[in-house]
Write a protein that binds this ligand. Structure first.
Ligand code: ATP
Ligand code: MG
Length: 437
């Protein structure tokens, strides 16, 4: 479906914003809109997909808004499911595709004397249930930023833009719908969303939005760890993690997502880990929250067990679970990731141990690659010259004979500098100097 002259048919007569790539609209999303309209409902694309198309970015997903209620949507689409309690939505499936369909929402009528059961706030003003249905005008007021409140129908080629969103896309501005001090109280996660969009789109945060992040950022402490884990993934695993991290730090709210080292919140391991993740994203390589969490929590682990230019190994193992538990109080960590994190940490000890047959064993460890990747990050962050990472790079590619030689050489050096414990057959030292401050 090619959509031309989108902004020539505006409801709000705003200046046209040209967009070249309308072909990237999901045919499945168009099919859903079509079907809803056939059943006499209103239906539009809305949110990130319209915003991204206007900004000439390929949308990552397509959200639909409609006046059909969840149960009515369910009746029309067999392969669908109602999800969420706080915020009910319908997921519609086709093969591997999922499209999220939201029913138009209304705010709480300020003059209303009836207590609505479906929009409930806690003492801090946070909305804990938001399921009052409304019309499109109500719905656009419930959305977070003007650029996210543009409705577009790819069938009739019309759009509705009640808050000058298209103009703000053009001006590259993130502007809140309504007073952000109030809106961020309703939902503190909007602070994180504002930062994420500013970074992704290279847009400027409106000064009122900035002020609200400073003022209301601490309310992120009241958000459930499950929701914050989702936000963690969205903000750090989207190719702009490093920039987002720096922005979160400058607003003083990184601590609501990350259990950072107390003394040196600017530890270089953080910088290198985020840069590495962003690069992997650009290169189309796999990215897992487990790896990033292992890296981010590493300085806390070392802080806990560093001892006399090395580490207390017993404390190292004992602290693993508590460091993960501290992070879990902030963002949930699904179980499969916590064992992954511990494997990566354990491998850091093992990679330090290059005597006897150990290297041949370690290289077969199922998480060897991740452990080795993290070793390279640590080394880079500490500007260490010991070449441990290089050694492992060569070792992986060497034939059996060269491997034996490499191990022999390490043993000789270890014996020579007294850093060799014949009883255990291993070096005593661990860690790069900058890690052990
Ligand atoms: P992206 O999908 O690119 O991360 P998005 O803007 O589409 O960005 P979603 O989380 O998919 O974000 O949400 C879709 C739309 O729903 C948003 O554009 C916005 O209009 C609305 N929305 C989502 N979360 C909130 C929120 N916390 N407060 C208000 N509106 C929201
Ligand atoms: Mg979206």
């Amino acid at each position: 479906m090619i959509i031309k002259n989108l902004f020539k048919k505006t409801n709000s007569n705003k200046s046209p914003v040209s967009s070249k790539d309308w072909k990237s609209i999901s045919p499945f999303a168009v099919e859903i809109i079509n079907k809803l309209q056939d059943h006499n409902y209103e239906a539009y694309l809305v949110g990130g997909c319209v915003r991204d198309l206007l900004a000439n970015i390929k949308p990552k997903d397509f959200d639909i808004a409609t006046n059909a209620e969840p149960k009515e949507i369910r009746k029309i689409f067999k392969a669908s499911r109602i999800i969420g309690k706080r915020f009910q939505l319908v997921h519609i499936y086709k093969g591997k595709q999922i499209i999220e369909v939201a029913t138009f929402r209304a705010g709480l009528d300020k003059n209303s004397t009836t207590i609505e059961n479906d929009l409930i706030k806690d003492d801090a003003g946070k909305i804990i249930r938001d399921n009052i249905w409304g019309n499109i005008e109500d719905d656009c007021n419930r959305r977070d930023f003007t650029i996210n409140a543009i409705y577009f129908c790819p069938i009739s080629n019309t759009f509705k833009d009640f808050h000058d969103g298209a103009q703000h896309v053009k001006e590259k501005k993130i502007i809140s719908i309504g007073d952000p001090l109030y809106r961020f109280e309703e939902d503190p996660v909007r602070s994180l969303r504002a930062i994420r969009f500013a970074t992704k789109l290279n847009f400027k945060l409106d000064s009122k939005v900035k002020e609200a992040i400073y003022e209301k950022g601490e309310l992120l402490g009241n958000i459930s760890n499950a929701r914050l884990f989702d936000e963690f993934c969205k903000i750090f695993l989207n190719g702009h993690g490093y920039e987002n991290f720096k922005k979160l730090q400058s607003f003083g709210i990184a601590k609501y997502l990350l259990n950072l080292e107390k003394k040196y919140s600017r530890n270089k391991v953080y910088d290198e880990s985020f840069k590495n993740t962003d690069k992997r994203y650009r290169d189309g390589k796999s990215i897992t929250p487990g790896f990033l969490l292992a890296a981010i929590l590493w300085p806390r682990l070392i802080e806990r067990c560093s001892f006399d230019n090395g580490i207390n190994v017993r404390k190292f193992f004992r602290s693993m679970d508590s460091i993960i538990a501290e992070q879990q109080r902030i963002t949930a960590i699904p179980r499969k990731f916590s064992s992954y994190i511990k494997d990566i940490w354990y491998l850091q000890l093992k990679l330090n141990d290059r005597l006897k047959n150990n290297p041949n064993k370690i290289i077969k460890h199922p998480r060897f690659r991740a452990g080795y990747d993290f070793l390279l990050i640590r080394e880079k962050a500490s500007k260490d010259k010991s070449d441990l990472g290089k050694w492992w790079t060569s070792f992986q590619h060497a034939d059996a004979k060269s491997k034996e030689k490499m191990i022999g050489k390490v043993r000789k050096i270890a014996e020579g500098n007294g850093n060799f414990n014949p009883r255990k057959g291993e070096g005593k030292e661990f860690g790069f100097s900058e890690e052990l401050r």
